[in-house]
Design a protein around this ligand. Structure first.
Ligand code: PLP
Length: 225
């Protein structure tokens, strides 16, 4: 009941055209099923092994998003079914996704992760690197991926001003790229930004996909398997 209420409350605040990704990492399949039974069909996980396990255990009409760091050697496990990979942070990774997409007869939708936070630890391209990548002949060759937009994570800080300015900078990059001539396998339509603590602000700043975990499922307990 709590999960259903949380979902309904969040969905009321999300405008049409913005997608809610329910981030179910660390939560049991039974818990995810409660959200499913409340009508939610789009879920995000940050680890390949957990994503695959939940894909296997749960109804097949769920759209699974990979939102966490992805290692090239693990792409093969999610390539058959993943709906969107939010966390592309190198050309090498994108090439591997393309290879595995091709093996599975799929075109796999992906977002480029942009480093917008001030923290050093977050993965992602710099805005300059994104522009270089979008012009590279190696990217234009890829037939089994489709880049559909950008993803970013704001700094983990109480400073709302800073978070807002990071979202603004990502939105500005997104709009700038939209105006450019892009390769056939690139289309700037999705901007994935905003988590439980900042999704409302992210929406104000132009997010089209919010990745919300704890506001739906409660706090994560990392000690349970
Ligand atoms: C865990 C996670 C989220 C959701 O975080 P909450 O604060 O629980 O909403 C969103 N995006 C990424 C990349 C995550 O790893």
């Amino acid at each position: 009941m709590i999960i259903k209420n949380n979902l309904e409350q969040i969905l009321r605040t999300i405008p049409k055209g913005c997608t809610l990704i329910a981030v179910s990492k660390t939560h049991l399949a039974e818990t995810v099923l409660q959200a499913y039974e409340a009508g939610q069909r789009i879920f995000g996980e940050n680890k390949v092994q957990e994503l695959v396990a939940k894909y296997e255990a749960l109804p097949k009409d769920i759209q699974w998003h990979l939102i966490g760091h992805l290692q090239s050697n693990k792409v093969k496990y999610i390539a058959p079914f993943v709906h969107l990979i939010h966390s592309i942070d190198s050309l090498k990774l994108l090439q591997e996704v393309d290879k595995q997409g091709s093996k599975n007869g799929r075109v796999i939708p992906c977002l480029l992760q942009v480093h917008i936070a001030q923290e050093e630890t977050k993965f992602g391209f710099s805005p300059e690197e994104i522009e270089t990548l979008l012009k590279s002949p190696e990217l234009a060759e890829l037939k089994s991926i489709q880049l559909v937009g950008l993803m970013g994570m704001a700094s983990f800080t109480k400073n709302q001003q800073q978070v807002r300015s990071e979202f603004k900078s990502l939105k500005a990059l997104f709009e700038k790229l939209k105006r450019q001539t892009l390769p056939a396998n690139v289309r700037m339509t999705e901007l994935s930004m905003g988590m439980s603590g900042d999704y409302q602000m992210a929406i104000e700043e132009g997010s089209t996909m919010v990745r919300v975990g704890s506001a739906i499922f409660g706090n994560r307990n990392y000690t349970t398997p």
